[in-house]
Design a protein around this ligand. Structure first.
Ligand code: NAP
Length: 510
C-alpha cells in the first residue's frame, strides 16, 4: 500500500486536443504517469485519491476553443477534469485534513494534486452512498435545488414538464415535483428510460420524444390544460413545441439545451411570441450561483434520501455509454473497502470480468498442473486473467489475439508461454498445402475464403499444440472453435465464456 512521500504510478485520462462538433472517445487517451504523494511545504494544495468521477454534459464545452461556461477549458496534454468524490491524502489547506472525504472538481486520474480548491466541499454525511455526491448531493442536485426552489417554484397541483427527464438533473426534478404534489410528465429518448420514469421514479406520464412526429400534438395529449412549469434541458424543437403549450403565468427554468451543443448552426425558435402572449417568465440559471444554499439544500434533501422518498439512479449507473468513459467513471460503480488497489480494477480484475475468469477457471474447467491450455481473445479483460491463473497453476498456456501489440502483451506482460495473431499468416499458401487439411473439418468449408481462414486457425492450433489441447477457454466461436475441436485431447474441457465473432452476424456460422 502506498504511503505519503512515495512516488506511485498514476493512471490518467489525457485530453488530446481541441475539438469541433461531437466529442469522440479518441479525443482522449489513457496513460500512466507518476505522482509523489505529498503536498509541498507552504502550498495550500490538497492531494487526493479519486474515488468517483462523473461525466457531465458541460464537459464537452471544455473541449473547445473559444468561450466556455465559467471559463473552464481542458488543456491539451493534461488530464480531463470534472466533478468527483475523493479522499484527502495530504493537505496544505487549513480547511482539509488527511482522511477527509470531499467532492468537487478533480482530475480524471487515480491521484490529483488540487491547487484550485474553491470547488471542494467536505463530505460530512457518509450514511448515504458516496456516489450520490456526483449526483443528487453534488452538482446536479444543487442545480435541481436552484431550478426548483429558486427559479420556477412549482406549487401543488401545477402541471410540470421535464425534458431529458431520465438524466441526472431531470430525474431529480421530476421527483421533487411529485413530492410537491404536481402532475409531472417527462420526455426521454428510449423505451427503457420512459419505463424508468414511470415505474421507478414516479412520474405520472412519460414519452419517447424520438417516436413523436409532432411534439406539439404529444404535449397536447399529456397536457390538455397546458403546462405551468417547464424544466428546459434540450432546447430546439422541444422548446418551440412547449411554448405553444404553456399556460398563462407559466415559468420556464432554462437549465440547459443539450440538443444545441454540438451543431454547427443552432436551431431558431419560432414561437417566442408566446412568452409575451401568456406572460411567461423564462429564466436561465447555473448551479454556480447558489452554493451559499448548500447547507439548506442538504437539510431538505438528506431526509428525502434517508426516507427513500427520492432516489438517484443516475449516480449508480453509467449514463453516457462510452466504453472509455465507462471505464473511468468508476464513479457509477459502488466502491468497496479495497481502495489500496487501482480503482479501475473494480471494472476489471476485481469486478465482473474477474468474477467471470474466476468462475470459468476454478468452477468450470479446473486445469491441473502440466495441462495444455488454449485461450482465445487472450488480451481481453476476462481471458488475460484466465491465462495468468493457468500459468500460476503450472499449465502450458497459449493465447490468440488480433494484433502484434496484443500478442506481445500476452507473451511479455502476462507470461503466456506463447501467443499468435489469428489475423495474420505470412504464408497462406503454405497453410493451404498442409496435409492436415484433409481432416473431417474440411467438410464444413463453404467457400474458398472461409477455407483459407479456417485452415489458418487450424494450422495455428496444431502448430502450438502438437500433443493436443486439454482445456480451451472459448470466447470467439466460429472458425476458431471449429479448428480447436479436432485438436482436443481425451477428457478435454471447453469452458464456453462467449462467442464474440458471432454476435453481430446476420446468420451465425454453422
Ligand atoms: N445550469 C446548470 O447549472 C446545469 C447543471 C447541470 C446540467 N445542466 C444541463 O442540464 C441538462 C441535463 O444535464 P444532466 O446532467 O441531467 O445530463 P445527463 O444525465 O448526461 O443526461 C443528458 C440526457 O440528455 C438527453 N439528450 C442528449 N442529446 C439530446 C438531444 N439532442 N435532444 C434531446 N435530448 C438529448 C439524453 O437522454 P435521452 O436519451 O432522453 O435523449 C441524455 O441522457 C443539460 O442540458 C446540461 O447541460 C445545467
Amino acid at each position: 500500500m502506498a504511503r505519503l512521500g512515495d512516488e506511485v504510478s498514476n493512471k490518467q485520462v489525457i485530453f488530446r486536443d481541441y475539438v469541433q462538433g461531437y466529442p469522440k472517445e479518441s479525443d482522449m487517451y489513457l496513460t500512466t504517469g507518476t505522482i509523489k504523494l505529498e503536498v509541498l511545504e507552504g502550498s495550500k494544495a490538497v492531494l487526493v485519491k479519486n474515488l468517483y468521477l462523473s461525466c457531465d454534459p458541460r464537459m464537452q464545452f471544455f473541449m473547445r476553443q473559444g468561450e466556455t461556461p465559467n471559463g473552464y477549458k481542458f488543456k491539451p496534454g493534461s488530464p480531463v477534469f470534472g466533478y468527483g468524490v475523493a479522499k484527502v491524502l495530504d493537505s496544505g489547506h487549513p480547511e482539509f485534513t488527511t482522511g477527509d472525504l470531499v467532492w468537487g472538481i478533480t482530475g480524471w486520474e487515480e491521484y490529483s494534486l488540487i491547487t484550485e480548491t474553491e470547488s471542494l466541499i467536505k463530505i460530512t454525511h457518509t450514511d448515504v452512498p458516496l456516489s450520490y455526491y456526483t449526483g443528487i448531493l453534488g452538482m446536479p442536485g444543487m442545480t435541481v435545488y436552484a431550478g426548483f426552489y429558486e427559479v420556477a417554484a412549482p406549487k401543488k397541483g401545477e402541471y410540470v414538464f421535464v425534458s431529458a427527464a431520465s438524466g441526472a438533473v431531470g430525474q431529480l426534478l421530476g421527483q421533487f415535483a411529485k413530492l410537491t404534489g404536481c402532475y409531472v410528465v417527462g420526455s426521454a429518448g428510449s423505451k427503457e428510460k420512459v419505463d424508468l420514469l414511470k415505474n421507478e421514479l414516479g412520474f405520472d406520464e412519460a414519452f419517447n420524444y424520438k417516436e413523436e412526429h409532432d411534439l406539439n400534438a404529444a404535449l397536447k395529449r399529456y397536457f390538455p390544460e397546458g403546462i405551468d412549469v417547464y424544466f428546459e434541458h434540450v432546447g430546439g424543437k422541444m422548446l418551440d413545441a412547449v411554448l405553444l403549450n404553456m399556460r398563462h403565468n407559466g415559468r420556464i427554468a432554462a437549465c440547459g439545451m443539450i440538443s444545441q451543443y454540438n451543431i454547427d448552426e443552432p436551431e431558431g425558435i419560432k414561437n417566442l411570441m408566446h412568452i409575451g402572449f401568456k406572460w411567461i417568465r423564462m429564466q436561465g440559471y447555473t448551479h454556480h450561483n447558489y452554493y451559499h444554499l448548500y447547507p439548506k439544500f442538504l437539510d431538505v434533501v438528506l431526509p428525502y434520501i434517508r426516507e427513500k422518498k427520492i432516489v438517484d439512479t443516475a449516480a449508480q449507473r453509467d449514463r453516457r455509454g462510452s466504453s472509455f468513459v465507462t471505464a473511468y467513471t468508476s464513479s457509477h460503480k459502488q466502491l468497496q473497502q479495497h481502495t489500496d488497489v487501482p480503482l479501475s480494477y473494480h471494472t476489471g480484475h476485481l469486478g465482473m470480468p474477474g468474477m467471470a475468469a474466476f468462475v470459468g477457471f476454478y468452477e468450470v474447467s479446473s486445469p491441473k498442473k502440466g495441462e495444455y491450455v488454449f485461450v482465445s481473445a487472450a488480451s481481453g479483460a476476462v481471458i488475460q486473467l484466465v491465462g495468468q491463473f493457468a500459468k500460476l497453476s503450472g499449465c502450458y498456456v497459449v493465447g490468440s489475439a488480433g494484433s502484434r501489440e496484443k500478442v506481445n502483451l500476452v507473451k511479455n506482460k502476462f507470461g503466456f508461454d506463447d501467443a499468435f495473431n489469428y489475423k495474420e499468416e505470412d504464408d497462406p499458401d503454405a497453410a493451404l498445402k498442409r496435409p492436415h487439411l484433409s481432416l473431417p473439418i474440411e467438410v464444413l468449408f463453404r467457400s474458398l475464403e472461409i477455407w483459407i481462414l479456417q485452415s489458418l486457425c487450424f494450422l495455428f492450433v496444431i502448430t502450438y499444440f502438437p500433443e493436443g489441447i486439454d482445456i480451451y477457454f472459448e470466447n470467439v466461436g466460429g472458425k476458431t472453435l471449429d479448428a480447436v475441436l479436432p485438436n482436443m485431447r481425451l477428457h478435454g474441457r471447453i469452458a464456453v465464456c462467449g462467442m464474440i465473432s458471432q454476435y453481430n452476424l446476420e446468420q451465425p456460422e454453422a
